[in-house]
Write a protein that binds this ligand. Structure first.
Ligand code: HEC
Ligand code: HEC
Ligand code: HEC
Ligand code: HEC
Ligand code: HEC
Ligand code: HEC
Ligand code: HEC
Length: 422
């Protein structure tokens, strides 16, 4: 390469002339084009699709899409649009990527002195580039584009890139707690590696719709619909929409409405819907997107109890934890008792009101000591926040731990009110 690649210069800027932002020159693009595609051989052979199993993925035509639902269910649609579900995945833009591209902050050093990652914002798009900071002249490294954002950013975001019709995870993610770039979960620190394939199960939890063309990570690009939409929880709704539009729409509540309201299902079926995505590691038994709300979830994924005392990562098992609670085993609790998924989540103290749907304040063993001051703080002591060590930067920088709410509602004798939380 005749010229010094721009990202190295930008990296030097970052290191030497802090705060000086430089636009990436066009060489970056020719550099990008020059990168041999062979450098990123997929780690997996392209096997044949196993989508053609007994359980079928509904055709795209069975779905109406959120915009159609919004025409008649404006209340739910308006508030839903701001939720973490709705904004969970999106096309990468300066609006959707939360990560910091300021040159001062856009470098992730690794434990390997010859490997750092630089995040670049250019008029053509956003890129992650691997560079050798100790020898910037001998940069051989790869540069990949941010194509898709996964994560609304409550905990963090990770990013995906297309390589032909294959999807891979980028090696650097954004960690919201410490406002910094970190190694993507699953990528070893200090090793140049871009090949973490994005499997259908990942998109089943984080996207709305897609079709695979071959396993493990070949997709029909145009089929991908991002964000989690209404029909993931209500089933395909094209027929419902057309019947409701017809001259003689079905009576509300009749099966002819051809739409599923989870509230009318059994408790197991209701929990099953949330289990699809909220039971932690839960590998597929049947192909992604074949589960439809109301089906028996255990036919579709392997569900297991959360491991005791293991630190959770962002993929906690709320279902397994809740099922271990007496409120669940002897009560009528479902996820909807506390969560209205059409709205952005309430503050922690608001949840205590839901406890009082079944308990009296005076039922708490602490009431005689603390009186009514416990009101509004039930979850502080009975669903305490736990910290996770599962996400780390291996570069010795300070760490901010993620916090997660225990869904095992129980007596935690050591639990106290954290004044910081009041
Ligand atoms: C042309 C208008 C129209 C469209 C489009 C429409 N709905 Fe409905 N929907 C209705 C009406 C009317 C009812 C019955 C009255 C009610 O419950 O609000 C209904 C009922 C429902 C119910 C409750 C069913 C029950 O048994 O309690 C759900 C859930 C629902 N719709 C979801 C959706 C979803 C999801 C979409 C998009 C795929 C959608 N609707 C599109 C008009 C529509
Ligand atoms: C298709 C997969 C999927 C299904 C089904 C699903 N969720 Fe989620 N849920 C997610 C993902 C992914 C996130 C993380 C979103 C983010 O922050 O990027 C999430 C986040 C949440 C959050 C945190 C949101 C916030 O605003 O803090 C709650 C609460 C939640 N889900 C409850 C539920 C409940 C209750 C159900 C069942 C009625 C359910 N979810 C069904 C995938 C799903
Ligand atoms: C079984 C369903 C499931 C699978 C598979 C899954 N996730 Fe998640 N993911 C979730 C849920 C649910 C949450 C939110 C959990 C919470 O807040 O407790 C989440 C959280 C996240 C977050 C943090 C989101 C935020 O807003 O802070 C990221 C990033 C993420 N997942 C990326 C991925 C990637 C990338 C894959 C695949 C390589 C993947 N996940 C596989 C369900 C899943
Ligand atoms: C994460 C799952 C999930 C998503 C996504 C979702 N819903 Fe729902 N929806 C539910 C559940 C669960 C209920 C039943 C709530 C209850 O138990 O009262 C419900 C109930 C409804 C109802 C019945 C009336 C009511 O408000 O309870 C309508 C209408 C509805 N949803 C429309 C929508 C529309 C429109 C969208 C998209 C904008 C949507 N839902 C997205 C889970 C979901
Ligand atoms: C749907 C009803 C329901 C809701 C809502 C509910 N519980 Fe319970 N809870 C029960 C039942 C039933 C029991 C078992 C009988 C009892 O101890 O009262 C129970 C038991 C408990 C226990 C004793 C647990 C043990 O291991 O001995 C605690 C503590 C508790 N609940 C706290 C809470 C808190 C805090 C909330 C809100 C975050 C809550 N509950 C929400 C029904 C409920
Ligand atoms: C008794 C009330 C209650 C029930 C029932 C409940 N949750 Fe939660 N949930 C909470 C509280 C409280 C929080 C934390 C809110 C906060 O800290 O801001 C929470 C947070 C969450 C989050 C965000 C991740 C986190 O750790 O902060 C997810 C995801 C979630 N719940 C999913 C579920 C699912 C799925 C179910 C059903 C299996 C469920 N919840 C049942 C009270 C409840
Ligand atoms: C400061 C922490 C704290 C707060 C806040 C708190 N609890 Fe408790 N709670 C405890 C402890 C500790 C116990 C068990 C020891 C005892 O009996 O003194 C307990 C016991 C309980 C029990 C079981 C009683 C029994 O006889 O088995 C219930 C039910 C309960 N709490 C509900 C609630 C509800 C509802 C709220 C909110 C209005 C609440 N708690 C707020 C600490 C707390």
């Amino acid at each position: 390469m005749y010229a010094e690649p721009c990202e190295v210069r930008q990296t030097e800027n970052v290191l030497k002339r802090r705060g000086v932002r430089r636009t990436l020159c066009l060489i970056a693009l020719s550099f990008l084009a020059a990168i041999s595609l062979a450098a990123i051989q997929p780690a997996f052979p392209s096997a044949t699709a196993d989508n053609q199993n007994d359980a079928a993925v509904p055709a795209p035509s069975a779905y109406a899409g959120d915009a159609t639902c919004a025409e008649c269910h404006a209340t739910q649609a308006r508030s839903y649009a701001a939720t973490a579900h709705a904004t969970d995945s999106s096309i990468a833009t300066d609006r959707t990527i939360l990560g910091d591209f300021d040159p001062q902050n856009a470098v992730l050093r690794t434990s390997n002195p010859s490997l750092a990652f630089v995040m670049l914002s250019t008029p053509e798009g956003f890129y992650q580039s691997a560079v050798n900071l100790s020898d910037p002249q001998h940069l051989n490294q790869t540069m990949k584009r941010f194509d898709i954002v996964v994560g609304s950013g409550r905990h963090g975001q990770t990013y995906l890139y297309w390589e032909g019709d294959q999807l891979f995870e980028l090696p650097v993610s954004w960690w919201s707690y410490s406002h910094r770039w970190v190694d993507s979960p699953g990528y070893p620190d200090g090793v140049l590696h871009w090949q973490r394939a994005v499997q259908p199960r990942c998109l089943e939890c984080h996207a709305n719709y897609f079709t695979t063309t071959a396993m493990p990570n070949h997709y029909a690009k145009d089929s991908l619909v991002l964000g989690i939409g209404c029909e993931r929880c209500h089933g395909p709704g094209a027929l419902h929409a057309s019947r409701e539009r017809s001259a003689s729409p079905p009576a509300p509540g009749s099966p002819k409405e051809a739409i599923i309201n989870p509230a009318h299902l059994t408790r197991d079926q209701q929990i099953g819907l949330c289990t699809l995505c909220h039971a932690g590691q839960s590998p597929s038994i049947k192909p992604a997107l074949t589960y439809i709300v109301g089906n028996n979830i255990k036919d579709f994924i392997e569900v297991s109890a959360p491991p005791a005392d293991k630190p959770v990562d962002v993929h906690g098992n709320q279902v397994g934890a809740l099922e271990q609670s007496k409120c669940f085993t002897s009560g009528k609790l479902t996820c909807s008792t506390c969560h209205n998924v059409h709205k952005t989540q309430e503050k922690a103290d608001a949840f205590s009101g839901h406890c009082l749907e079944c308990h009296k304040v005076t039922a708490c063993g602490r009431y005689h000591l603390m009186g009514a001051s416990i009101r509004g703080h039930c979850v502080d002591c009975h669903m305490p926040l736990g910290k996770s060590n599962a996400i780390k930067t291996a570069t010795g920088l300070d760490q901010q731990q993620a916090t997660f709410r225990s869904h095992r509602i129980a007596i935690y004798p050591d639990a106290t009110l954290d004044p910081a939380e009041k």
